[in-house]
Design a protein around this ligand. Structure first.
Ligand code: TMP
Ligand code: ASP
Length: 236
């Protein structure tokens, strides 16, 4: 399978057509941004790590019954995925207070919730991905009521699974962002990536941050943290 015309370049990935109209190739970059692209940088080796970590987790989720866009890893940075039309919602699940939750509600980071929370952001860079509720998503015709129900169900199932995969390697899953897409026949599948760019991952003992917050907050040791997550997950 080979890359054809470039369809799209995002902040962290490029997407290419292939000879098969139902398949695309995603190519992960080392570019890192934060705060809607205001902060820019490079995390050396991130493309390889996020590609490999995402594919490892997507395959584990698929085995556990979550439909995903994953087809085949092509190289260290490139993966064949099913073509989807992305539902323009960022689906955020939280288990522990951190980030925008802590800021918005004026609480410290690290409060363990009795139950996970779910929230949606409208995926729109011009508007800065504003927080919206499911009624707003319906009003904006971003998804149907059935699609929103399916997305919520999968998101909480993914949380249970990811939490246990991370616990096995000594990591607390604080929060994460998912994106879903529609296949040509309308089936909802998990898409995009699951990586230290899109999750908050804290070492369960030291509470050391092993995710993109090291870049966002200039904490140093960014590459080492990404590498540590891949090593614990995949043994390399
Ligand atoms: P937040 O606390 O900034 O709202 O982030 C919640 C989670 O979503 C966190 O794990 C990081 C992830 N995230 C993304 O993947 N992309 C984004 O653009 C943002 C803002 C957060
Ligand atoms: N990826 C997002 C951006 O570039 C934000 C983030 O992950 O913090 O703005």
């Amino acid at each position: 399978m080979e890359k054809r015309e470039q369809l799209y370049e995002g902040k962290a990935k490029k997407v290419y057509k292939t000879d098969d109209p139902e398949l695309l190739i995603v190519s992960y970059k080392d570019d890192a941004t934060a705060f809607n692209g205001e902060k820019k940088g490079t995390i050396v080796g991130k493309g390889v790590i996020n590609n490999r970590v995402t594919n490892h987790l997507m395959q584990k989720l698929e085995k556990a019954g979550i439909p995903t866009h994953f087809v085949k890893e092509l190289s260290d940075t490139d993966t064949v995925v099913k073509k989807v039309s992305i539902v323009p919602l960022e689906v955020i699940i939280r288990n522990i207070s951190a980030g925008s939750f802590a800021k918005r509600y004026g609480v410290e980071e690290g409060i363990v919730f009795d139950q996970p929370t779910i929230e949606f952001s409208y995926k729109n860079d011009d508007l800065g991905d504003p927080l919206i509720n499911s009624y707003h998503a319906l009003a904006l015709k971003l998804a149907t009521p059935e699609e929103i129900e399916t997305i919520k169900k999968y998101a909480f199932q993914v949380n249970d699974l990811l939490k246990s995969f991370m616990k096995e390697i000594g990591i607390d899953l604080v929060d994460f962002k998912l994106e879903f897409g529609r296949l040509t026949d309308g089936t909802i599948v998990l898409a995009d990536e699951i990586s230290p760019d899109t999750c908050r991952l804290w070492d369960e003992k030291t509470h050391e941050k092993l995710d993109k917050d090291r870049f966002r907050r200039d904490l140093g040791g960014v590459e080492d943290a990404y590498h540590e997550v891949m090593r614990r997950l995949m043994g390399e």
